[in-house]
Design a protein around this ligand. Structure first.
Ligand SMILES: [Zn+2]
Ligand SMILES: [Zn+2]
Length: 343
């Protein structure tokens, strides 16, 4: 069976591998779709992970084999499988914070174990790594669960309250999910910052009240946002663009005593003047991944139609096109939201 193996920077090898077998306690999934994450793009172009694994941590499919002793799962079950892959034994796992497990993503398919950019994927720990997809939720929606649950986890970690004025910087799959969930959660007003007109339009359709292109607005952006929010700024800003510039913009747009919730990921350093943080009592908080309680709740939002995934899946491509129509295109086409492979 076919698998796309990451073998080094700018290298993907399509290998024919023996069909996976489910050992005791394990489950094999036949992959329907695997979403391409920004992290996968970074791995491919920058090699931020040791080579030798099948990428893909945004997986949906059906259970093809159930190992001995596995309870609660059957052949044919439609499932989502993504991070976190906690160890279940460390301090954080035992204290309700599996997303920051010290054994960091030990079981995570596509980051530590072979992932879903293949026809089949082995899940070692179904208890922590599987969620059922409700019957009427299509795979095309459920494949966005990784992004939706990341967004949900971020909001739950934040100081967000009903009635808050919020800035969301970045409207790709996570930013768009944040906007929809904030709307469900009762935000008073949402400002989205996004250079792509197409994504900005979509953000407005999904619940943002006003949109700006931060690159075009330049120095005027702060004045415009201040004018919207009583001259004091937003209660909270969600950084979802993953750039130092976006992070700095967010710091400048929240009120004193406000919070910047950092969901974006960047390896580039950014300067923070602690005096400026202290003088305004600013709070910076970060959020990583999610747990399966978050996934269960977000599946519910998809099932009830309160969260609309329609339009967020930009394209589905064959596994063979992973590099050309996946990684390379995602680097240049900033209108793409989520691209998934169909192995
Ligand atoms: Zn991801
Ligand atoms: Zn742990």
């Amino acid at each position: 069976v076919k698998a796309a193996v990451y073998t080094g920077v700018n290298q993907i090898e399509f290998q024919n591998r023996p069909r996976l077998k489910a050992g005791p306690g394990e489950v094999v999934i036949k992959i329907k779709y695997c979403g391409i994450c920004g992290t996968d793009v970074d791995i491919y172009f920058e090699g931020i992970l040791p080579p030798g694994i099948v990428l893909g941590h945004e997986n949906v499919g059906t259970i093809a084999e159930v190992g001995e002793g596995v309870e609660g799962w059957e052949m044919g079950d439609r499932v989502f499988s993504g991070p976190p892959g906690p160890c279940g034994e460390c301090y954080y796992c035992l204290h309700g914070h599996p997303s920051i497990c010290v054994n960091g993503f030990e079981q995570t398919n596509g980051l530590r174990r072979d992932g879903g950019m293949a026809e089949y994927m082995l899940v070692k720990d179904p208890k922590y790594m599987l969620a059922k997809i409700p019957d009427h939720v299509p795979f095309e929606d459920a494949v966005l669960m990784d992004c939706i649950a990341c967004a949900f986890h971020g909001i739950m970690q934040s100081d967000f309250r009903m009635g808050d004025n919020v800035v969301v910087s970045g409207a790709a799959s996570i930013g768009l999910s944040v906007i929809q969930l904030l709307k469900i959660g009762g935000a008073a007003h949402i400002t989205v910052l996004q250079p792509s007109p197409m994504k900005r339009k979509m953000a407005l359709e999904l619940g943002a009240d006003v949109g700006f292109n931060p690159l075009e607005e330049g120095d005027q952006l702060r004045d415009k946002v201040m004018a919207l929010y009583h001259g004091i700024g937003a209660d909270i800003a969600f950084e979802c663009a993953g750039t130092p510039e976006s992070f700095q913009t967010c710091l400048g747009l929240v009120k004193s005593g406000g919070q910047v919730l950092n969901l974006g990921v960047s390896e580039a350093p950014t300067a923070v003047v602690t005096a400026a943080l202290v003088m305004r009592e600013l709070d910076i908080k970060s959020s990583l991944a999610y747990d399966y309680e978050d996934v269960r709740k977000c599946m519910n939002y998809l099932a009830t139609g309160r969260f609309k995934a329609k339009g967020m899946l930009s394209d589905i491509i064959p596994l063979d096109d992973l590099v050309e129509k996946g990684f390379k295109r995602l680097m240049v086409d900033k209108n793409l939201i989520k691209v998934a492979v169909a192995p």
